[in-house]
Structure formats: C-alpha cells, structure tokens
Write a protein that binds this ligand. Structure first.
Ligand SMILES: Nc1ncnc2c1ncn2[C@@H]1O[C@H](COP(=O)(O)OP(=O)(O)OP(=O)(O)O)[C@@H](O)[C@H]1O
Ligand SMILES: [Mg+2]
Length: 1137
C-alpha cells in the first residue's frame, strides 16, 4: 500500500516559508540556515523553490529520488527541485499548459546547475523509445558544448555563464520530448581579449590546449603552453577541480552526439586556434613622410600561421591592420592606422570572430535539436541567464547583465506579487494590501525609449561630432539627474557632489539587488561594436567555409552603408521578446541563493544571504502567499474537476457553474474559512484543503474507473457468452443434420436390400416357368424334326438312286468325246513341228547364202578398223561436248563438265588443268604494269600481315590508293608538293601520338622513293623528313588498331628527335609501301616489321613502352591511347566481339 506522506513529515525547520511563525527576516534567515546545516538546500514559498548552493555533491539527485518524486503531489514530499520539475511537467502533459522555469539568483548561486537538474529530471520521467532517447540525449548534450564556449572562471564562480540562455523544450501530446530551440543572449565577448585579475578566458581555449592530441595541435599550429598566448591569463590558468583535458573529451563527444560533422568540429577548432593566434600578432610603428606613424605587423609568423589556418591571403589581412577604408556615399577614403588603432582592430576582430562563432554554434545546435514535425507542441522553457553581478570595476557587460536581471525581477513581481494582489481585487476578495518594492522604475531608467540610459547611449553613438564616453556621461548627468535611482558626481543632484566613493568617470544605479557603480570607459565602443569593414572583407575573402559564413557583411557585393544596430539596442530588443514569450507561459520559479562568497561547502554567511533574501523580495513573497489563498481556479474547470464528488453535480450540473461549485462545497462540508468565492474563481486558502479535494477525487475516480471496468467486463463477458451461444446453436444444427443424414442413408440401403431380395425371388419364379415352357416347346420341335428327318432321308435315298443312273450315262459319253479330241490334237502337233523345221532349215540356208555373198567384200583387219572408227566417233563426240560446255574464264571458277566415259578419266583431269592454266595466262595477259604492281603490293601485304594482325582482313577488299590527299592537284598542298622533288608514293593524314598525354595530332604523311616526310596538316610545313635508310624497323600490334611505330637507326640524323608513334586508318598500306620502297632504298631484302602487343619506342632520351590491351566493345570509336606513367602508354583497343 502506498504510504501517504506530507511536506510536514520529518520536517527540518519549516519546509514551506508560508507556514513560518513568527514571520520575520531573522526567523526567515534562521530557517534557511537551519535547513542548510542539515543538507536541506530546498525550501518552498508556496510554489516557489528557494535553492541554496551546497557547493558539494549531495546524495539527493539519484535515480531513486527521481522515482520518489515522480507523479507525486507538490506538497507531498520534502521540498525538492524535482517536485517543481514534476509539477511543471505534469501540468504541461495533462493540462496542456505551456510552462516556463525561471531560474534567478546572483552569479554562482547555482542557476545553471538547477537548470540541468530540471532538464535531467524531465528526461528521466518522460517517455522512452529509441527516437525519444536520441532527442533527450541531444538536448542534454547541448549543455557541455555551450558551457565550454560560453562559460568561464570568474572570481565569483568557476563555471560562470557568460551568456544568457533560454531553452524551449518541445513535447508531443504524450509528453515525450520532440525537440527544442535555444536562444542565446549577449555573450560577454570582451573576455576573449582581456580578463580581470583572477579570472580566465572561456573554457574552450584551455580545454583545447590541454586536451587535444599532439597531432591535432600540430594541425592547428598550436603549442600546449598557455604562456605562449597573449589572450590567456596565466594567474588562474589551472582551476582546482576542473580537468580541462577530460572536459575537452566530453565536449568533443557531446558535439558528436548533438550531430556536428567531423569537418564542422575541425572548422570550429580552427577558429578557436585562429583567435589565439590573433592575440599574438603585435604591431610596431613605422614613420611616414607626412609625419604620422603607421602600424606594421612586428613578427609575421603568427599572422602567417593564422592566415594559413583560415585560408586568408596574408597580404590582405596585413593591409587591413595598417589601413582603414571609409566609404561615404560615392567616395572611398583610405586612412592609415596607428599602432593603438591596429591593436583595437585586432581585438575587435578577435571578439567578433569568437562571438559570431558562438552564435553559429547555437544555430547549429538548434538545427540538430529542432522538432521534426510542424504541428503545435507543448513547450517547457528553461531560462538560465547570467546572475546579477557587482564587481569592483563594472562596465557595459555588467550594465547589460544587471538590466536583464532587473527585467526578470520585474516579471517575477508582475506575475507573483502584483498579479496576485490585483487578482484579489478583481475577484472581490477581501484583501489587505502588502507593500513591496516595484523595480519598474529602474527598468524604465534603463530602457525608456526617450530618456532611458540605453537610448542616450545609442543617441550619443549616432551623434555626429566628437563623442566620447565622457560626453555620454555628461548627457546622462543632464537627462537622468533627477531620477531617484541614478547617482553621479556631476549630476545636478547636489547630494552626490561630495560623495568620494563615486569617481567622476562613473555613474551609479540603485538596482533592486543593490547599488552598482559603472565606469563609463568603453561604453561607447562596446555599444558600437565596431569592426572595420576592411577586416570583415578580409574575413569574407577567406578560403574557409565557416569563416566566410560568419562575416556576410564582408561580401563586397552587399556593401551596406547603414550602421548595424547597436549592442544595447539588440539586447533590449531580445530581452523584450523573451519577456513577452515568458508572459504567455505558466511560470515556475527557482530562486537561487548563494550561501557564501568562498565557493565553499557548509559555510553560511548571514549577511550575504540576508542581502539576497532582501533583493529577491522573498519576504514580500511569503507575506503575499500568507495573506492570500494558496490555490485558485475558475469555477468551470473546478466544477468539471470535482463534480464527481457530489451526487447533485454528477454527472451533469444544469445551473450556473458558480452555484454548482457552491453546492459541491456544501456537500463536501468544507469549512467556510478554507475558501472564498471570487467573481470568476474559487480561492482555496490552504493547500491541504486542495489535497483533500484531490484525494477524494482520486478515490472517486477509482470508483468511476471500477464502474467503467465493471460495465466493460460485463459487456465483454456478455458478448463472449452470446458468441458461445450462437456457436453452440450452429454446432447443434450441424450435428442434427449429420445424424439425420446418417439414419436416412441406413434406411435407404435396408429398403434397397429388401427390394432386391423380393425382386430376385419373383424373377427366379418367372424364370422357372419360362424354362419349363421352353422345354415343352423344344420337345415338340425335336419330335417333329425327327419325323421330318426320316421323311427327308427317304426322299434323298430315292433321288440319289435316280441321279446315279443319270451320271453313269453322261460319264460314258464324255469319255468317248475325250478320246476323240486327243487323237485330233496329236495330229495337229505333228503337223506344226514339221512346218517349223522347214522354216529353220530355210533360214540357215539363206544365211549361208548371204555370208558366202558378202565374204568377198571384207579384209582380214576390218575388225580393228571398225574399232578405231567407233573410238574416233566417241572422241569426236566427247570433244564437241566439252567445247559446248566449257566453264567460265574466271581464274577462280571451279566448275568442270562431268566425264562421259570411264576410259577418258586421265585425259579429262589433264584437260581440266591445261584449261585452268590457259585461262590464268589469258587473265594475266590483260594486266597493265600498274595493276600488276598493285597486286604485288597486296601480295606482299598478305605475306606481312596475314594471320598476324587482326586489322588485315578488313584491308584486303580496300584498294591501295596511295595518294589519298591528291597532293599534286590539291592547291592547299601546292607548297608541300613543290617541296618534294621526288614522286609521292603515298600521301595520307596520320595522327602523331604525343608521348606526354597519348593524344594524337594530325600530320600529313608522305612517302617518296627515298624519304618519308611528316608535315603539318594545316600549313603544309614539313616537320620531319627521314631518309628511308635511316629507318630501322617498324612495330605494330597484333590487334585491330592503326598504331605503328617507325623506329630509326641509332645514330642516324633523323634519330635525334626519337622514333615516331603514329596511327593511321591505312596502316596496312603504309607499312607495305614503306617496306617495298624501304627495301629498294635501303637495298637490302627487307625492313624488319615487328608485330607484337608490347614494344618500346625511343622518345628523345627515354624509352617508352607502348602496350595494347583489349577494351570493352565500342561502337564507332577506335583505339584510344592513354599515358599511364612516364614509361608506359596504354592503347586500349575495343574488342571486335
Ligand atoms: N545543486 C548543486 N549541487 C552541488 N553543487 C552545486 C549545485 N548548484 C551549484 N553548485 C556549485 O556551484 C557552482 C556554481 O553554480 P552555477 O554555475 O550553476 O552558478 P550560476 O548561478 O549559473 O552562476 P552564473 O550566473 O555565474 O552562471 C557550480 O559549479 C557547482 O560547483
Ligand atoms: Mg550559470
């Protein structure tokens, strides 16, 4: 069971100052001290949390504590910052009210730590999930990055925020964070170039030098030694408890989580390094002829390194440190800078560079953490602004910081004190007025548009003529002299004429938190925030992406002669926007108090705390809370929230809401002192009354939930039951159907069985009767048949006897007729034989007679003659047939008539060969000498290239034309033609390959009997003329390309320029001609032709290897040559596949 606790349980002192008795300043401080001594650093004033800085880590921020405070009522547990964070988060999530958490207090009071505690609490209690966790992580990790660049050690705080920060965390309807937006306010940039005694520059400088690796430092041209940098103060370079190196790693890691790219981090570090380098640039005077001194950079090494880091041209920056260009409307005037002006320019550049880098970081973080969806989100704003500051020497920055704190105090007063009182009056609630100090008058002194200090400062900055910080003070002395919170020695107010604590160059303001003396020196400069245009232009010219982005006004195309708004104006404007934003949100206050000035734990300095309690207006705050009512709510939401507690109002109240609330309160029997009815709201005096209402509501809600649950469960069970019932009916119906079906089938089969038995019996009976009937019929038939048979046999026997008698007569007749016929046949045969014999004897006799007659006409060798005659006839017929069927005269014709007789086999083959030789001879005899030469060339080409170079087959069909350029006829080549004193055997355009890049240059290639010549294609000018005897060999590849190298003999005149690597479409022809002509000129049998895919070519001094490789198949494009390295040219030949 949950244990009910209360703020009042185990309370040390009083947890809520509203309950303090008696209420005096002493008892207030005593209560704070008592609680502080017992490690109770948080105390409430109603819903406001007072936070004392413990200056040591207490075990009250553990995950267990987070769980303890999660979803608990504000007053339920002892005071804690987590209770406030939980309250704000829940009313954001459940009531859809935007929240803001205002954390105030002086420097070192613990505002930044408090803001981080709030953020980490919210991160711990809100939803989880991969995406949500990423957003949370990014939001939390933005803190270390901004602290490294925006915090520094001051005398008051080792980690003092030197900028104001307001962060809006956006949540979706479930209360899960979806993103955030950070706004930053005026970074104290003067710290970059100068730090007061005992203070440090921004942490990042020390972190970079201590934590970066040697390699990174080398790249950034930095040295680990702090003492090498003018901008780093040395007296407090190392701070106790601050590990700069470890923090640097944390910052790098955080940047990575937030989403910075590696090159962005590098750019940021380069800029930080550049600021350090800038600080080391020193100047010396150089006298000019006009008597003025001009500044010159003393030692250019740092300048050079800085320019290298940022990619700036050294001379540009150097000039910007020596000259200043002033642009009026149409004029540009360049003036020289003296040494002090140069230092001023250098520091202004460093300050601007750093502060712009800081603003860029905020924008970049915002880009990473911004919510993805555009829908309206619930927002929780956390404001952590620099605390109120009083130093020995207060300048423009302190003035601005304290002004901001005045505004925050104002909004606090507005919303808590004034609003509270005004609300009671508005609501007609009885009220005793509480006096409190309203600091609106101080805000007015500073920000009034007509005569406020900021307006005066701007007016003075814009005024023509000589304006100085002193003229500004004079102006203040006249305008603000009467103001009760303004003090100055020279003002008309005689009260301060003799006040020696007030120097002449200062003015003093009585802030709500105390009097602060401001030294006017530097006010004008800092407000103007002037950076010479030459410097911004030099920065814009930098070859560094980030720096160019930071100085957009340096773009010469966008020269703007208008003055940029002053620092004061900008700050006032952004503070105004912030205040308006805060007013739209539900405020939650954390008032941070610093227990001592020593940054030490367990020390409670009474006077210091008393001072803070006074100026924070905490006493007034308690008084107002005590006099008033702790809680109020409009009637409608109140009735809506608690209407379930009363039967009359539940579930709907028909009448006016106020009456409804009255009925409700009466029904609940709340004592009448505990609440009051306002015009539109009910006011509840005591938080406990509210808690008891809440408690009852929660109980009631539980009952309602139980009711809903009961009805739902009933509905669910009923639905389930109905479903089961329906299913049962369906199942039963199906079963019955099945059973009936089965029974029916059984009956049906039994019936069929009975039926078949009865039918069988009937059929058998009929069958028996039919069989008997049939047998009777058969018996009668058999008897009749036997009778008829006997009758028939008897008839047959009679008929047979009769027939036998008739047959005997006819047989005897036939026998007689036959004998007669045979005798006649025998006679006829004898007669015929005799006639045939006579005819044969006659024929023989005639033959004998003929032979005897003709024998006298024939000689003894007549047979051979007849044989030869027949042979002659056959041969004649063969030759005539051959003549008629002769095949074509083409030497390549393959047909030949078929052989008619086998005995002609040899002659036929022989004749075929003779005929072929003869037609070849005929064919040859038709050739002219030129044609003969052409064929000889083709023959030679075949000898050289056939089966050796893939290009060869495509060249066979192409005639060798020789003079492709028609060199003698073409007027363009007239000059070249006349320079040739020999007949041109070949003229063609070839590509001469350039060794340097493998590209070809068109050249005219001419071959004469003794030389080959290369000439310029356009001008015809002879580039090289080489006698053929100087040609040693030719190299070509085995592939389908036109590349060939003409290699010259070593030591020959032409060889000085080296070999020629050429390419031609007519490679086969060129090389064949070169070989033919070369062979005659050289007078030896042949010129070497080397065919291989890798050969060396001598270019002047170097030998270069030309290598042929198979490329991918291509359409149209031929081989391409590329230079791979000094010694290798690669020719890629598209494969023909
Ligand atoms: N709750 C805390 N627990 C432990 N130490 C704390 C706590 N709050 C503050 N401190 C200590 O006090 C120091 C100063 O706190 P913090 O930086 O939050 O002050 P601040 O109010 O933001 O001051 P400034 O206005 O100068 O930025 C911290 O560095 C830390 O050492
Ligand atoms: Mg801070």
């Amino acid at each position: 069971m949950e244990v009910k606790t209360s703020l009042l349980d185990n309370m040390i002192g009083v947890g809520d100052m509203v309950l303090l008795e008696p209420l005096t300043e002493d008892s207030f401080i005593e209560n704070l001290r008592n609680r502080f001594d017992h490690n109770e650093i948080y105390t409430y004033i109603g819903s406001v949390v007072i936070s004392m800085n413990p200056y040591r880590s207490l075990p009250i921020f553990t995950p267990e504590k987070v769980e303890e405070y999660r979803n608990r009522n504000f007053y339920e547990l002892s005071p804690h910052i987590y209770a406030l964070a939980d309250e704000a988060y829940r009313s954001l999530r459940d009531q859809d009210k935007d929240q803001c958490i205002l954390i105030t207090g002086e420097s070192g009071a613990g505002k930044t730590e408090a803001s981080k505690l709030v953020m980490s609490y919210v991160a711990a209690v809100c939803g989880k999930g991969q995406e949500v966790n990423k957003v949370k992580e990014q939001l939390l990790q933005s803190n270390p990055v901004l602290e490294a660049f925006g915090n520094a050690k001051t005398v008051r705080n080792d980690n003092s925020s030197r900028f104001g920060k307001y962060m809006d965390i956006e949540f979706d309807f479930k209360g899960d964070p979806v993103g955030g937006v950070i706004s930053n306010y005026l970074l104290e940039k003067s710290r970059v170039v100068k730090q007061p005694r005992g203070e440090r520059n921004f942490h990042i400088f020390y972190q970079l030098l201590s934590g970066a690796s040697d390699d990174t430092l080398r790249k950034l041209k930095l040295d680990r030694d702090f003492s090498k940098y003018n901008y780093l103060s040395l007296d407090s370079a190392n701070v106790n408890g601050l590990d700069d190196a470890a923090n640097f790693r944390t910052v790098r890691n955080a940047m990575q989580i937030v989403g910075f790219m590696e090159d962005e981090v590098q750019s940021v570090l380069e800029l930080v390094a550049a600021v350090l380098k800038l600080g080391n640039i020193e100047f010396k005077p150089e006298s000019r002829s006009n008597g003025y001194d001009e500044s010159r950079v003393k030692d250019k090494n740092d300048l050079k390194e800085m320019c290298e880091l940022l990619g700036i041209e050294q001379s540009v920056l150097e000039r910007a440190f020596s000259y200043r260009t002033v642009e009026a409307k149409l004029e540009k005037v360049s003036t020289t800078l003296n040494v002090s002006q140069a230092y001023y320019a250098r520091d202004a550049l460093a300050k601007n560079l750093y502060s712009r880098l800081f603003s860029w970081l905020v924008t970049r973080i915002n880009e990473s953490i911004k919510a993805q969806s555009k829908t309206r989100h619930k927002v929780m704003g956390v404001l952590d602004i620099y605390g109120f500051e009083i130093f020995e020497d207060n300048s423009f920055e302190q003035f601005i910081i304290n002004y901001c704190n005045e505004k925050l105090q104002q909004i606090f007063i507005e919303l808590t004190l004034r609003e509270e009182q005004e609300e009671y009056i508005r609501e007609d609630i009885e009220w005793t007025n509480i006096e409190y100090f309203n600091n609106a008058v101080i805000c007015d002194l500073i920000e009034n548009n007509q005569n406020g200090i900021l307006a005066m400062l701007d007016e003075e900055c814009l005024r023509p003529g000589t304006v100085t910080d002193i003229t500004f003070l004079d102006k203040l002395n006249t305008v603000c002299a009467e103001h009760q919170h303004f003090e100055s020695r020279l003002s008309k107010n005689s009260k301060f004429l003799t006040d020696h604590s007030l120097p002449h160059s200062c003015f003093r303001i009585q802030h709500y938190a105390g009097k602060v003396l401001y030294r006017v020196e530097g006010f004008m400069d800092k407000n103007n925030d002037l950076l010479y245009r030459d410097l911004s232009q030099a920065m814009y010219k930098a070859n560094h992406k980030l720096i160019k982005q930071l100085f957009p006004e340096g773009n010469p195309a966008k020269v703007n002669l208008k003055r940029p708004p002053t620092a004061g104006f900008q700050f006032k404007h952004s503070v105004g926007t912030l205040m308006r934003n805060l007013q739209t949100k539900n405020p939650n206050y954390i008032r941070c108090v610093k227990p001592n000035d020593k940054k030490a734990p367990r020390i409670f300095t009474d006077s210091l705390v008393r001072h803070q309690v006074a100026y924070l207006g905490l006493m007034e705050n308690v008084r107002v809370r005590r006099a008033g009512y702790a809680y109020r709510q409009a009637y409608e939401p109140c009735l809506e929230r608690y209407k379930m507690l009363c039967k009359q109002t539940w579930p709907h109240w028909k009448g006016p809401t106020r009456e409804g609330v009255e009925v409700l309160m009466a029904d609940l029997q709340v004592s009448t002192e505990e609440f009051a009815y306002g015009n539109s709201k009910i006011f509840i005096r005591n938080p406990r009354t509210l808690f008891s209402l809440e408690e009852k509501r929660r109980g009631c809600l539980e009952n309602l939930a139980a009711l809903i649950q009961k009805i739902y469960r009933g509905w669910k069970c009923r639905t389930h039951f109905l479903l089961l019932k329906h299913s049962q009916v369906v199942v039963a119906a199906w079963y019955r159907r099945y059973a009936q079906q089965k029974k029916y089938t059984q009956i049906k089969s039994a019936t069929i069985m009975v039926q078949s038995y009865s039918r069988g019996w009937k059929a058998r009976k009929i069958l028996r009767e039919l069989k008997h009937q049939k047998r009777c019929e058969e018996a009668a038939t058999t008897i009749a048949a036997y009778w008829h048979g006997t009758q028939a046999r008897r008839e047959l026997r009679r008929l047979k006897e009769e027939a036998r008698n008739k047959h005997a007569v006819s047989v005897i007749w036939a026998g007689w007729q036959g004998t007669k016929a045979r005798r006649e046949l025998k006679r006829l045969k004898k007669e015929a034989r005799r006639r045939h014999a006579v005819a044969v004897i006659w024929a023989y006799w005639l033959g004998l007679k003929v032979r005897r007659e003709y024998r006298k006409f024939f000689r003894a060798n007549a047979g051979r003659k007849i044989y030869s005659f027949i042979m002659q006839r056959l041969m004649q017929k063969y030759f005539l047939g051959l003549k008629r069927d002769l095949p074509s005269m083409s030497p390549i014709g393959g047909s030949w008539p078929t052989r008619p007789y086998r005995f002609l086999d040899t002659a036929h083959t022989e004749l075929r060969s003779i005929f072929h030789h003869w037609r070849c001879k005929k064919y040859r005899s038709r050739f002219t000498d030129e044609r003969k030469a052409v064929f000889e060339e083709k023959l030679q080409a075949s000898e050289i290239f056939k089966d050796k170079k893939a290009l060869y087959p495509s060249s066979v069909g192409q005639p060798f034309r020789g003079d492709y350029l028609e060199i003698s006829k073409n007027p363009k080549y007239q000059k070249l033609s006349s320079a040739m004193d020999e007949k041109v055997l070949l003229a063609d355009v070839v590509n001469k390959i350039n060794r340097a890049n493998g590209k070809g240059t068109a050249r005219i290639f001419l071959l004469t009997k003794n030389n080959f010549v290369l000439a310029d294609q356009k001008t015809g000018q002879v580039k090289a003329s080489v006698p053929l005897p100087d040609l040693a060999s030719i190299s070509v590849s085995t592939q389908n390309d036109g590349f060939f190298a003409l290699k010259l003999k070593e030591g020959s005149a032409g060889a000085t320029k080296g070999d020629f690597l050429l390419s031609s479409e007519h490679l086969i022809e060129i090389i064949t001609k070169l070989r033919r002509t070369g062979a005659t000129a050289v007078n030896h049998d042949h010129l070497d032709i080397d065919i291989s895919d890798e050969f060396l070519v001598q270019f002047k001094q170097d030998k270069v290897c030309v290598k042929f490789v198979q490329g991918a198949p291509k359409n149209g494009n031929g081989a391409s040559c590329k230079r791979k390295n000094n010694r290798l040219l690669e020719v890629s030949v598209p494969s023909t596949a």
